[in-house]
Design a binder for this molecule. Structure first.
Ligand code: SF4
Length: 335
């Protein structure tokens, strides 16, 4: 007997997997990688999840990348969005459908998740849990060990694969029962419950809405939403301003085809900016003024900045003397 345990990176999914493992059932810890994880933390987060899984379950985490297919979900989720661009119900249904497809591949019989009745307002109330199970097609093969005691019996319980009296009855917003159980299992150093999904972040959601309303959604542009300051210049042009050397480098490397790069001259400290879309002379000047706003001008009132088109080789640089765009005008363009 084996279960696929969906691991989100938070404590609850780890506990759910451990409860099943404690009953002597094989558990395959599985994490679905989506394109909306916080970028800066991604590497360390991956390590954290890996090490948490290893410490808590004594196993390696299996990661399955579902990024491309996941993008579709934020366009028009059937069950709508949470308070930001998070389509949590559709997201869970999608992941469970994927898990169901993998049952046979991993020679597993059911799926385990760390959901707790009433813990989250959008996706963990009773009707949402029922909808998620029904639409996932798992048909009795979805077990939620943390709150199974307050839900209808599932097939693993009815068939005697797992003992219902060794499952839990957690419900409500309190995290105390999970923290107590973690202590019982000697699980420590777990991340807080907020998770790392950028779709719940209002500022990221705003940038994503802008992207969706102006162009086709793709993984590369979603990746760029995670870095820099974003400005919508026109229906067909946007500018991304690097916030540090690492982002500057990344923006320069991401530039392609018709993209523009705007930057200070070598004597001036300031950001590298990526312009994507259609630029005429007015938009080039506006982009240089925004770039200039973030340059270190000291006492001078203007500076000569450089720009070039990424797709032209060898590089043809031009320059323009501009003054910085004042803050009140800048905020009209900022996303
Ligand atoms: S917070 Fe993000 S990853 Fe979690 S269920 Fe909602 S959309 Fe999915």
């Amino acid at each position: 007997m084996k279960a696929i345990a969906l691991i989100s990176g938070g404590l609850d999914s780890i506990l759910a997997a451990r409860i099943i493992k404690e009953q002597g059932i094989g558990v395959l810890p599985l994490n679905f990688k989506i394109p909306f994880c916080q970028r800066k933390k991604q590497a360390s987060q991956d390590n954290d999840i890996n090490s948490l899984v290893k410490r808590s379950l004594g196993q390696e985490l299996k990661v399955v990348d579902i990024s491309s297919e996941f993008l579709e979900l934020v366009l028009k989720p059937r069950h709508g969005f949470g308070s930001n661009m998070n389509p949590c119900i559709d997201c869970k249904i999608f992941m469970l459908k994927k898990a169901k497809e993998l049952l046979r591949f991993f020679d597993a019989q059911f799926v385990v998740t760390g959901e707790v009745l009433g813990q989250r307002p959008m996706s963990q109330h009773r009707r949402a849990l029922d909808t998620i199970e029904k639409e996932s097609g798992l048909d009795g093969l979805l077990l939620r060990p943390l709150c199974a005691g307050v839900l209808a019996e599932t097939r693993p319980e009815k068939e005697g694969w797992v003992k219902r009296d060794r499952l839990f009855k957690f419900s409500g917003r309190s995290r105390r029962p999970q923290m107590d159980l973690a202590r019982e299992f000697s699980i420590d150093n777990y991340p807080n419950a907020s998770g790392g999904c950028l779709l719940t972040d209002p500022r990221f959601s705003n940038k994503l809405r802008d992207l969706i309303s102006h162009q086709a959604l793709n993984l590369e542009d979603v990746g760029l939403l995670k870095i820099g300051r974003h400005f919508r210049l026109s229906e067909k042009a946007k500018l991304i301003v690097g916030r540090n050397e690492e982002e500057d480098r990344e923006l320069e490397l991401s530039a392609r085809g018709n993209d523009y790069i705007f930057m200070p001259n070598p004597e001036l400290a300031g950001p590298t900016c990526l312009g994507r879309g259609e630029f005429d002379n007015d938009l080039i000047q506006l982009s240089l003024q925004i770039t200039c706003h973030y340059c270190d001008l000291n006492t001078t009132k203007s500076a000569r900045l450089i720009y070039y088109r990424a797709g032209i080789s060898p590089r043809e640089e031009s320059s323009w003397e501009v003054s910085p765009l004042p803050e009140d005008k800048l905020k009209l363009f900022r996303l």
